[in-house]
Design a protein. Sequence first.
Length: 305
Amino acid sequence: MNYQKVLEEIQEEIQPYLKKGKVADYIPALANVKKNDFAMSIIDLDLNEYHVGSSQKEFSIQSISKVFTFTLALQNYSKELYKRVGHEPSGNAFNSLIQLEYENGIPRNPFINAGAVVTTDSLLSIYKETTFDYILQFIRSISDNKKITFDKDVYTSELKHGYRNLALVNMMKSFNNIENLTSSVIETYFKQCSIKMSTAELSKAMLFLANHGVNPINDEVLINEQKAKRINSLMLTCGHYDASGDFAYRVGLPGKSGVGGGIVAVVPKKLAICVYAPRLNKQGNSLAGTKALELFTSKTGLSIF
Ligand code: GLU
């Protein structure tokens, strides 16, 4: 299939959607972006790459980082992790407090904020003060780029305005579902969210999930097949907060969004994709990015259904 041609068609058809939606500004530093920007990258299991738009420009990966930290947690834990974080869609906003209280501080899944915070806490219990470096090294290794780092302005901005995430971590601490200092947990979580990557780098970093957990760049087994399946299933059912059903209905691929405007998705056994368009829909997912992925699966027939 001529993926380059498909991407170029999408880039043309997506233009009217790039002006719709709103850039996230509840983390003020996130609003400092070119609002109508667009980029899309594909990499297949033979490592052929296809790109359109500003595909080498780095942006804030935000909640896409949750896929990487959950992978690291599953490298270390099995069933015991699911006692602390569930695997059901939440049907609620990404940073909702309500459900967390009546479900006794056990987040519904690892891809809402509370669940990702528990995941990061589980890593802190093992890697202590080296946790963020460990996360960063993992991301550098799977994207084959040693230069990837985090954006200090975004990090500081998140710390300064992160009252709701602090509320989530404190609530979970009150239910004994946080093992480490709340300050260390929230700082590590905000740092992982502030990592900046391009669509080219993110698509490469996701490739192991299209390949049963094996990194096709160096044949390293990053996670066993069973666990890779679970990560993909969770992306399909929970990767887009309370719009996860809508994303699955329209796109038909496991995917994960971030409020920075990125979305990653995988076509199992074939390829990984990343799209970037910073204006978001009401549920906090890239509006044009979702449409672009919908166009991709409609044009290529490459959905999982
Ligand atoms: N750092 C963001 C927050 O915790 C991540 C949210 C997202 O990307 O959906 O609010």
